[in-house]
Design a protein around this ligand. Structure first.
Ligand code: FAQ
Length: 311
């Protein structure tokens, strides 16, 4: 790519200019953003599945209405993000195809099962909590359509997080069985949530370039630490114990230090071998196949209208 373009582009980035769809941009910038935004979209869509599993079993009408709204929000985020990714030149059909054929990644976290109602609390509290930590800085991402999408998405994620934490508060103030259910959910979701932030900085292949291009404003490890620091006191407020014997507060740094993350587990999940990877892809493929008639009908209708206008 020509050096003058790269230099002029970097100067715009350094000046905190927003890059818009019709602007000239390096091919690698387009590629890495298409990758990140589409993976993010896939995560929202696949992310509907673990929680969707509990809509019919929510313990009250109020809980059901909130969960239903949350899962619908996730669908909206996915569609919003596909639209943002499309502004970079790859069609939504192609992006969805990459998900359905297993070529594209989506967040590792959605390959874990939701075994009890407390998992709905833990997902809202921890998974959405982690998502917000990662997405607030993306509101200042250099690519305009992605940054603008994140503003609305973050507002909704913050409702999701509160919804989840409130479930955890209710369960942890409940009877012994409810407290145990809350603790068990925390035990199972804690470590996978720390993995959501991606590999450690030293192993993060995209970080340097994405930081230079101001796609990323904080490193994977920095965001993970912010999440731990924000979340540990919340767990203590609930009277729950974090499943990490090495967790300790460092008075000097003011940070909570955590134990070693099992990066082998992370690699396995990303490679398609997590507890639910096969189920998740099968569910998305089934839904896509069952929706074929809707896409065909919409297309036929559009063609008919077009023909009528032409006549
Ligand atoms: N899972 O070089 P890096 C949500 C991949 S929140 C799977 O560090 P990067 C809301 C990475 O893609 C979840 N793969 O990469 C919700 C790359 O592979 P590639 C979605 C992961 O891009 C809540 C390789 O590892 N949020 O959905 C993961 O600089 C509740 C090397 O990594 C976003 O997507 C992982 N956890 O940093 C919905 C946020 N981590 O592409 C429903 C936007 C890394 O070369 C219910 N994304 N990989 O094949 C980002 O901020 C970044 O892409 C990172 C990764 C931070 C995730």
């Amino acid at each position: 790519e020509d050096a003058a373009l790269l230099e002029a582009f970097q100067a715009r980035i350094d000046a905190e200019d927003r890059i818009e769809p019709n602007d000239r941009m390096p091919a690698a910038y387009r590629k890495t953003l298409t990758r990140q935004i589409s993976q993010h979209a896939h995560s929202e869509i696949v992310g509907m599945l673990p929680e969707g599993n509990w809509i019919t079993r929510a313990p009250s009408l109020r809980r059901k209405a909130a969960l239903l709204a949350k899962v619908q929000d996730e669908c909206g985020h996915g569609l919003y993000l596909y639209a943002a990714a499309e502004t970079l030149g790859t069609s939504r059909e192609e992006l969805v195809d990459q998900l359905l054929t297993g070529k594209a990644k989506y967040s590792s976290i959605f390959n874990y099962p939701t075994l009890t109602w407390a998992d709905i609390g833990a997902i809202g509290w921890l998974v959405d909590g982690a998502a917000i930590m990662n997405q607030i800085p993306l509101c200042r991402c250099s690519y305009g359509p992605y940054a603008r999408a994140m503003i609305r998405v973050c507002k909704e994620e913050s409702f999701h997080q509160r919804q989840g934490y409130e479930i955890m508060v209710t369960l942890s103030k409940g009877n012994e069985a409810q407290r145990e259910m809350a603790q068990d959910a925390l035990n199972r979701w804690w470590w996978p949530c720390l993995m959501m932030f991606g590999p450690p900085d030293a192993a993060s292949q995209h970080s340097d370039q994405s930081t230079k291009w101001k796609i990323k404003r904080f490193s994977n490890d920095e965001l993970r630490q912010k999440f731990v620091d924000a979340t540990v006191p919340q767990a203590h407020y609930l009277g729950l114990t974090l499943p990490d014997p090495d967790l300790k507060f460092n008075e000097q740094t003011g940070h909570w230090e955590y134990g070693a993350i099992d990066w082998d587990e992370f690699k396995q999940v990303i490679a398609g071998n997590g507890p639910c990877n096969r189920d998740r892809l099968a569910a998305r493929n089934k839904a896509h196949a069952e929706g074929a008639w809707v896409r065909e009908a919409a297309l036929a209708y559009a063609e008919k209208r077009h023909a009528r206008k032409a006549a």
